[in-house]
Design a binder for this molecule. Structure first.
Ligand SMILES: [Zn+2]
Length: 158
């Protein structure tokens, strides 16, 4: 079996009054991500991991933030398009592991909805999609609630 690993990381600035989208789910929050798209940092990290594993380019290459087509786009659509790109190369997802790093809000209550949303789009069992949350113990830009980070690792088979 041809097995490939991929990793992705994404950062977004947080600002008051914007909607917070994570893993395809709208999470009640005072702040949301500043972005050309809906700013779903977790989905963006997963897209980059999928693309990397398949030996493709990055999310900015396929969905440039200079393109009006992607303005305020639902990142679930970007993930679906990304899955199409890796399928074209003959790849499917074995599993995804990911971590979201932010101080606030606490996202534990939304993890299962995020997992099922993502697993459906990438066409795998929900048990194959892990999402973890952590803080930086109030250190750095995430600790000051200025930004948010997501990291994802995927395993693909061909
Ligand atoms: Zn992003």
């Amino acid at each position: 079996m041809n097995i490939r690993i991929g990793q992705g990381i994404d950062f977004h600035r947080l600002e008051k009054g914007l909607k917070l989208w994570l893993g395809g789910v709208n999470i009640p929050s005072e702040t949301g991500c500043v972005a050309h798209s809906d700013g779903d940092v977790l989905i963006h990290a997963i897209c980059d991991a999928l693309l990397g594993g398949a030996g493709l380019r990055d999310i900015g290459y396929y969905f440039p933030d200079t393109d009006a087509e992607f303005k305020n786009i639902d990142s679930k659509i970007l993930l679906k398009k990304t899955v199409g790109l890796i399928k074209e190369k003959g790849f499917s997802v074995i599993n995804i592991d990911s971590t979201v790093c932010l101080e606030n809000p606490k996202i534990g209550a939304f993890i299962s909805e995020m997992r099922s949303t993502i697993s459906e789009i990438v066409e795998t069992d929900v048990d194959n999609v892990a999402i973890k949350a952590t803080t930086t113990e109030k250190l750095g830009f995430t600790g000051r609630e200025e930004g948010i980070v997501a990291i994802a690792v995927v395993l693909l088979s061909k």
